[in-house]
Design a binder for this molecule. Sequence first.
Ligand code: ATP
Ligand code: MG
Length: 209
Amino acid sequence: MTERRRRVGVMGGTFDPIHHGHLVAAAEVQSWFDLDEVVFVPAGDPWQKSDRGVSPAEHRYLMTVVATASNPRFTVSRVDIDRQGPTYTIDTLRDLRSATPDADLYFITGADALADIFTWRDAEELFALAQFVGCTRPGYTMDEATLASIPADRVTMVEIPALAISSTDCRARTRRGEPVWYLVPDGVVQYIAKHDLYPPDAPAASPPD
Ligand code: ATP
Ligand code: MG
């Protein structure tokens, strides 16, 4: 009897901070596809200054480790944060493929990220490297044209329990002094506070008299 090939989920993200939307999506896809492991892959630091400063990679990596520590099927990879330059999904998948050549890869993304797929580099090779799993996300719908242009045998849409949580909102709440308890894991709440990751915005300078 041939052994079943290992199945590895890949959950890429900025994770600034990681929240329960990410964790529920990963857990749901793990169970749906009977994955042996889900690897969380925090993105590298943008090499050019983006619109907003992204927290340093080491903080985002450690929050991801804290958030996933209790799940025996969840692991965290440094491939993207240890690579120079901006993160492209093609590089993530190539690196993970060479690290685990005998595994089938399942790339997990929210509906918003999947909609951008054709702006990603090397879409053809992406589909060859991994099966794609698009998770529903409150506030985002996939338009018919995008769905129709994705190879049906390479993408599966999965409906996950709706959690209208985003990292953007978690950062904004923290800056306003509002709680993020229960939106992110307890250890992540404490990590954010310990390192003061999202301090209140500096008050705008008052206009001259
Ligand atoms: P930001 O607001 O900073 O963009 P985010 O909440 O979108 O953060 P990312 O790190 O950008 O989080 O997302 C990583 C992946 O997780 C993406 O594929 C995204 O679509 C997916 N994702 C994020 N939040 C949810 C959610 N609440 N439900 C389902 N998928 C999600
Ligand atoms: Mg996002």
